[in-house]
Design a protein around this ligand. Structure first.
Ligand SMILES: Nc1ncnc2c1ncn2[C@@H]1O[C@H](COP(=O)(O)OP(=O)(O)OP(=O)(O)O)[C@@H](O)[C@H]1O
Length: 244
């Protein structure tokens, strides 16, 4: 479970977060929705201890990433906007390398590589080097790395960027499997269809503050609007930052 309360962060004169609070539960896929510049990436980076907050509290399974980032990182997988692939390694070599870094033994690692290859349909690029991979291929390999060691918590920053229909379906299957495994997943996204298809809860963040949290249905009921996209626009008060 990931809990944050009244978190603030500024970069010089820019107030990236000015009082964000929410709870993301185990066994739930929680969408983090907000316009461009709302503070989503800043928040995710704080959850893994890559950025220090100015104020407020954060607990990842009860541990504060500000004081004990190493413990938090062991229990968290983070798909960032920087995929960090190594051009000269094949997908299999790359996954094996990260699995070994996470202390997985050879037999378990080989089995798990087979599983994520199947889950994310990586078969055709498993033995290819990353140099020349398309955007969608890169994100799938980075996602496979993120899932490899079965972290209890997963942070996904816009995971569907550049995915084709088949890959988007593979992502949806992966999210369903993570939910069934009891993982706590937070996914920053601009794609409303993805939220409707895959997410149990939605956190709406705007101007660095949480403006709403609830199920997609409850946000629609609260705003009295049937479509989640229109409900989001009403909650945020702008049409910025929506992908259809
Ligand atoms: N290192 C930094 N230095 C200065 N300003 C920053 C830095 N990182 C983030 N910001 C600012 O903080 C605000 C929040 O940025 P953040 O990247 O968290 O937004 P976001 O919600 O992820 O946006 P997007 O949907 O466009 O990815 C923005 O105004 C951004 O310009």
């Amino acid at each position: 479970m990931i809990e944050i309360h009244d978190v603030t962060k500024h970069f010089g004169k820019v107030h990236a977060l000015s009082g964000a609070s929410f709870v993301a539960r185990d066994g739930h896929v929680t969408a983090l929705l907000g316009p461009n510049g709302a503070g989503k990436t800043t928040l995710l980076r704080m959850l893994v201890g890559l950025l220090r907050r100015d104020g407020g509290t954060i607990a990842v399974d009860g541990v504060d990433p500000g004081t004990d980032p190493m413990t938090v990182r062991r229990s968290i997988g983070f798909l960032t906007d920087q995929f960090g692939l190594y051009e000269k390694l094949t997908t299999r070599e790359y996954l094996r390398y990260f699995g070994q870094l996470n202390g997985m033994d050879d037999a378990a690692l080989a089995r798990r590589i087979d599983e994520v290859t199947e889950l994310l349909a990586l078969g055709d690029i498993l033995e290819r080097r990353a140099k020349g991979f398309s955007q969608g291929q890169r994100i799938k390999v980075a996602l496979a790395r993120t899932l490899l060691h079965r972290p209890r918590n997963l942070l996904l920053d816009e995971p569907s960027r550049g995915l084709d229909v088949m890959s988007a379906r593979a992502l949806r299957r992966a999210l369903a499997a993570l939910r069934a495994d009891g993982c706590c997943v937070i996914m920053a996204t601009h794609v409303m269809q993805e939220v409707t298809n895959s997410c149990d809860d939605v956190i709406v963040i705007a101007g660095g503050r949480t403006v709403a949290q609830g199920t997609p249905q409850s946000l629609c009921e609260r705003t009295g609007i049937a479509s989640l996209e229109d409900a989001f626009v009403k909650l945020v008060g702008t049409e910025e930052g929506i992908a259809v």
